[in-house]
Write a protein that binds this ligand. Structure first.
Ligand code: SF4
Ligand code: SF4
Length: 265
């Protein structure tokens, strides 16, 4: 394979972007971070390497941070990142990756970084975008992917070094606190009386954080806050405090639930 893309996804936005870029690149392997992140002796084998993941609390999701920190990238020369977000714009995830690459045994640098806006899935904070807005995001994503794939194919550097010099200390603190607390952040999840005991939440959780006890989901405090469980529950039974009683549910319309389930197997 010419290119390897490591991706993390909760409701399919980042997976769709990863799939679209892989098609444009041709010889490209997609590897789910959720499948391999806990393995020992992680090492890349491709010259070209990409990370595709959602923005969480201004920066990297904990699972992505831990994965990049642990993987040996000695064999990779061209490294890019694509961040999906529902509208927040920040260069912190690129800075975080650059810092993690710089302290590798053979120091590396991020060659290219991109931000793609996708529909909101963070329904514990905000309601989802209208269908019209979602379609606009999807159309724009296709156009962006064309350009991104061309840059990657040519192995271009698209990052000005000033990106890495910006003072994002406050955002870094915000994200660090999120990563510190996120595993235990599932304490507000519960299944209401509509639960049909189907087990889908247990299956879609990429980090096996949900166990059904007598048919009722119990969260095990190793959450990544990807929100797959709450968005894929077919009964809209899962709530996070009271706010989600009013919000709608979202997952990328082209991504099948089985693809989310498959990312850990
Ligand atoms: S997915 Fe929803 S309905 Fe199914 S077991 Fe989980 S909470 Fe219950
Ligand atoms: S418990 Fe829900 S939000 Fe937490 S990691 Fe699993 S699927 Fe994602």
């Amino acid at each position: 394979m010419d290119t390897t893309i490591y991706f993390f996804t909760g409701t399919g936005n980042s997976l769709q972007v990863a799939k679209d870029i892989a098609v444009k690149l041709g010889a490209c392997e997609l590897i789910p971070i959720a499948k391999i992140w806990q393995r020992e002796n992680l090492a890349s084998t491709s010259d070209n390497l990409g990370f595709i993941f959602p923005l969480y609390y201004s920066g990297l999701p904990k699972i992505v941070y831990d994965f990049i920190e642990n993987i040996d990238l000695t064999k990779s020369e061209y490294i890019f990142a694509v961040v999906t977000s529902a509208g927040d714009i920040t260069e912190l995830p690129l800075q975080q990756i650059e810092k993690l690459l710089k302290v590798k045994p053979k120091a590396k640098s991020l060659n290219a970084g991109f931000l793609i806006t996708m529909p909101n899935n963070y329904i514990i904070g905000y309601d989802i975008h209208s269908e019209k807005r979602q379609k606009e995001f999807f159309e724009r994503e296709k156009a962006q992917v064309e350009k991104i794939a061309e840059i990657i194919k040519k192995k271009e550097n698209n990052l000005n070094q000033n990106v890495f010099k910006k003072d994002l200390t406050r955002a870094e603190r915000f994200n660090a606190k999120f990563r510190e607390d996120v595993n235990e952040g599932d304490k507000n999840f519960y299944a209401d009386d509509n639960c049909s005991n189907c087990g889908i939440c247990e299956q879609v959780c990429p980090v096996n954080n949900i166990t059904l006890v007598e048919g009722v989901p119990q969260w095990q405090h190793r959450c990544q806050q990807c929100l797959a469980c709450i968005n894929f529950c077919p009964e809209r039974s899962i709530q996070f405090g009271k706010g989600t009683l009013k919000t709608q549910r979202y997952h990328h319309p082209n991504i099948k639930m089985q693809e989310i389930i498959n990312q850990k197997s």
